[in-house]
Design a protein around this ligand. Structure first.
Ligand SMILES: [Zn+2]
Length: 241
């Protein structure tokens, strides 16, 4: 696929930056956008980063984003945003969640948007659904089928606690492609095998030795364990089998 991806708004600290809550929209949208692009490229797709970092106003940012989007013949335009307005700064035990916007019910972006909100909801976020909006500039000025994703709420403590840019990006990539990006096996291949010269004791160099600590049917449980391992200093990857 050929995919245009951009983070909404100017960077934080500049005019026309995004919403600010417990986390900052412009910064997190860029974190997610960069990871989405990395994973999509890793899966072999052609991706254009249409983010604008030096707009002079909100309209100028939107206009320049659309200019970049329309300079490529893409299958999909993906605009990454974070929502605000939950006003749940102390946490009520419930996320306010994810939603996505498309221009019309006939938009070719609709099935992608539906899969994306479903994949993000599988992380534990409330699914607010795919909504029609004719007024959003990036939806009504882009040539390719377009969607705007509001990943989760920056001003909801429960959303922020669950949010992690990598799993958010993985869910978006899965929603677009149906594919799950798996890190190249550099970290898991045993470099010592090549230098020690005693492969029988170190291992077969054509095999990959996984260190497994859990296997779950529910992805949220896998993510929860991954977070615990990361917090404990382990570099943990989720592998779908
Ligand atoms: Zn936004």
């Amino acid at each position: 696929m050929v995919i245009n991806v951009h983070a909404g708004h100017n960077p934080d600290g500049k005019v026309a930056c995004g919403a600010i809550g417990i986390i900052r929209e412009s910064t997190e949208a860029r974190n997610v956008k960069n990871e989405v692009i990395r994973q999509l490229k890793g899966l072999g797709h052609t991706v254009y980063d249409c983010t604008v970092d030096n707009g002079t106003s909100a309209n100028n940012v939107l206009c320049n984003i659309v200019g970049k989007c329309n300079s490529h013949a893409a299958d999909l335009d993906v605009s990454i945003h974070f929502n605000a307005g939950a006003k749940d700064m102390s946490g009520n035990g419930r996320t306010t969640g994810v939603e996505a916007y498309i221009y019309s019910d006939n938009s070719k972006a609709k099935p992608f948007a539906e899969k994306i909100v479903k994949a993000i909801a599988a992380l534990g976020f409330k699914n607010r659904g795919v909504k029609i909006n004719k007024k959003l500039y990036v939806l009504n000025h882009t040539k390719a089928p377009a969607m705007l994703i509001e990943c989760c709420f920056v001003d909801d403590k429960d959303d922020v606690a669950l949010y992690d840019f990598k799993s958010m990006a993985s869910a978006i990539v899965y929603g677009i492609t149906g594919q799950q990006y798996i890190e190249p096996s550099n970290n898991t291949s045993d470099d010592d095998a090549a230098t020690s010269g005693s492969e029988t004791s170190v291992g077969d160099k054509d095999s990959i030795y996984r260190v497994q600590v859990g296997a779950y049917r529910n992805k949220a449980n896998a993510i929860s364990l991954q977070e615990k391992l990361k917090a404990a200093g382990f570099d943990a990857a989720i592998v779908k089998a």
